[in-house]
Write a protein that binds this ligand. Structure first.
Ligand code: ZN
Length: 369
């Protein structure tokens, strides 16, 4: 396991946020606190009632890094466990990797994971420290979100688009972002997902220094204004002053709870390029970045990583192993890891396989229209 060194600093305690708006009828949210046992593990019992199609469990700790170890179905059978995914070259969920104070676990993730049977499911999680030792008696705040969803082919996803400090004052950037959102809607719309967006201002740092580590209280503070089912996309200038990063997702999947990791960030400046002005092609690319990054947030990985030696856990995305082969097979896939560009512009990336669409439709915030 790899833990970035900047994660090793102490975390300030997260501010307590009070949800202001009640949840939509198809989404139920439950919050409680728990403590890990003497061996650093905690357990969450999840009651699944008739009609519930998917859940999301978010664990937050100030005592280390949180991860999920296994899921058991109502008959006590282990459905998924970390050992089967930790060392392999296929990725199912970030939840098995303890790299953040926040852990997010969705189930089911893929169509092949089957239905969520009624009964009591059990999630076993843990808290470890920077030396990979379990943290006995670690405190964990848990949020369970469950959704009812009779039709996993059509849904609505609500998103709050937050301007980092000052970014929303630039009319050219605002126009480009609005144009990009039109493109994002078009891309997702083909796969039965209607995006409902609204805009808000914030005091978040436009250089988004927290975007790779996900532990900054300012993000959680900003998310106090989001509705229970809303995702959050922050439009900033650059991600840690990097010239090449179009955007970053706060996790795969990301949480709908208000946490330090509740964000997708998008850099307007990297999309605008060195002239700082948007062409039509750059606006389109920014829309596809939004669709891609929030796609990560709903649980999708790159079908192949740019090493060409690691893949997602889906059966219908080809497992190519060489650059040319991968670009030919997957270069137009929305979740391809990079844009294929030449002097005339970048390749359109808007395709999803049926399994990828299935991941998005199962995400807990993809709610009935
Ligand atoms: Zn990506």
């Amino acid at each position: 396991m790899w833990v970035p060194t900047w994660l090793l600093a102490c975390h300030p305690p997260a501010p307590h946020t009070t949800p202001t708006v009640s949840e939509p009828p198809d989404l139920a949210i439950d919050r409680w606190s728990d403590q890990a046992n003497r061996s650093g593990r905690w357990t969450a019992e999840i009651e699944v009632e008739v009609g519930v199609r998917a859940f999301q469990l978010t664990g937050t700790t100030d005592d280390g890094y949180a991860a999920i170890e296994e899921l058991r179905d109502p008959w006590g059978r282990v459905v998924v466990r970390w050992q089967d995914w930790f060392y392999g070259d296929r990725s199912l969920t970030d939840a098995f990797f303890a790299y953040n104070r926040v852990v997010v676990f969705d189930w089911p993730i893929r169509p092949v994971d089957g239905e969520l049977m009624t009964g009591t499911w059990t999630v076993v999680g843990d808290v470890i420290d920077a030396g990979y030792y379990y943290v006995p008696r670690a405190n964990v705040d848990l949020t369970l979100a469950t959704k009812r969803d009779p039709d996993l082919a059509r849904s609505t996803v609500a998103v709050r688009i937050l301007w980092a400090e000052g970014v929303g004052d630039d009319p050219d950037v605002v126009a480009a972002v609005e144009g990009a959102v039109v493109r994002w809607k078009e891309v997702w719309g083909v796969y039965g997902i209607d995006l409902v967006e609204r805009y808000a201002t914030s005091h978040l740092d436009p250089h988004m220094p927290w975007a790779w580590r996900g532990d900054d209280p300012s993000v959680e503070e900003a998310s106090a204004g989001k509705l229970d089912d809303e995702l959050q996309v922050v439009i900033g200038e650059q991600v840690r002053r990097d010239d090449y990063t179009y955007g970053v997702s706060g996790g795969i999947p990301g949480s709908i709870e208000r946490t330090t990791a509740t964000y997708v960030v998008v850099s307007w400046l990297v999309h605008a390029g060195i002239d700082g002005a948007f062409s039509e092609d750059e606006v389109r690319l920014m829309g596809e970045t939004m669709a891609h990054e929030v796609g990560h947030y709903t649980g999708m990985y790159h079908p192949v990583e740019s090493s060409y030696a690691a893949w997602d856990a889906l059966d219908d995305t080809p497992e190519c192993t060489r650059r040319r082969e991968c670009e030919d097979a997957l270069g137009d896939n929305l979740m391809f890891p990079y844009s294929i560009c030449d002097a005339t512009g970048c390749l359109v990336t808007d395709q999803l396989t049926s399994d990828q669409e299935g991941v998005m439709q199962r995400y807990v915030a993809a709610l009935p229209p």
